[in-house]
Design a protein around this ligand. Sequence first.
Ligand code: MLT
Length: 272
Amino acid sequence: MTSQALATFTLHDGGGLPLVLLHGFPLDHRMWAACAAHLPPGTRAIGVDLPGAGHSDLDGYQPSIEHAADWVYRTMVAAGEGNAVVVGHSMGGYVALALAERHPGFVAGLGLVNTKSTADTDEARAKRLRIAAAAESSQTVDAVLGMPADLVGATTTERRRHLFPVLDSWIRAQSPAGVAWAQRAMASRPDRTAVLERFAAPVAVVVGTEDTITPLAEAEHMVQAAGAPSAHSGGDAALTLVPGVGHMSALEDPQAVAAALGLLHMQVVAHH
Ligand code: MLT
C-alpha cells in the first residue's frame, strides 16, 4: 500500500542530526512546541503528526503501532533524513520503540518521555476498544474529553490551570476516526522491553513525579532494560525525574524536558 507522507513541522531551527518528536494521545505535534522552544540553539526538532492525528491522514491502514512506526520512517527518509534522535511521549514512545525495533539504523538515540515499554493489561485493552467504538458510533471525541484531568499532575491542576483549555482545544481538534485508530493500535501493541535491552545507542527516560498514567515504576523498568548488561547493550540510560508534573511533562515543565533532550542530543552527536 502506498501512502502520503505524514504531516511534519519544524519546531526548532538548526542543522545536523534532528530530534524527531512524536506526540501522545489524543494530541498532535503541538504538544511539543513549548518544549522545543527551550532546546539548545542550533538543535533541529521536527514534530510529526502520527496517523489520523492533527494534519495526518489514515490512508486506509489497519490500526497498528508498527504501521505508524513504518510510516514515520518512510516520511523521514522521503524528506532526506537518514537518521534521528527519536523522542516519543506516551503513545509516541510506543511508536519510538517500534521504530527502534523495525528500523534500528534510523534511530541514533531514544528519548522516552512519560511512556512505557510494557503492553496493556486486559482491562486497559478492553477500555480502549470501548472508547474506539464510542468515537466511531458517536462520530465525536466526547469519550476522551475528560482526559486532561488525568493527563496533568496535581500541582498543575492547582497552579497551571491555563493548560486545561489548551489541552481541551487540542483534543477537540482531533478526528473521531483518528481517536479510534490510535486506541486500537495501542491496544494491540506487544511488550517491547526487549527492544531496549538490545538498543545500543543513548537512551533518555523522562517521567513526571505525579504521572499516574505511566508512573515512575514504568520509567525505572525501561531504564533497567536499557542499562542492563547484555551482548548488544549500549550501556546506561539516563533517568530524569521532573518534580511537580504529571503525564504531560513536556507541557507542564517544558524547560526541564528540553534540558534532558538537549543532553541526549549532545550525547548522541558526540558518539555518532
Ligand atoms: C498518551 O498520553 O499517549 C496516552 O495516555 C497513552 C496511553 O493511553 O497508553
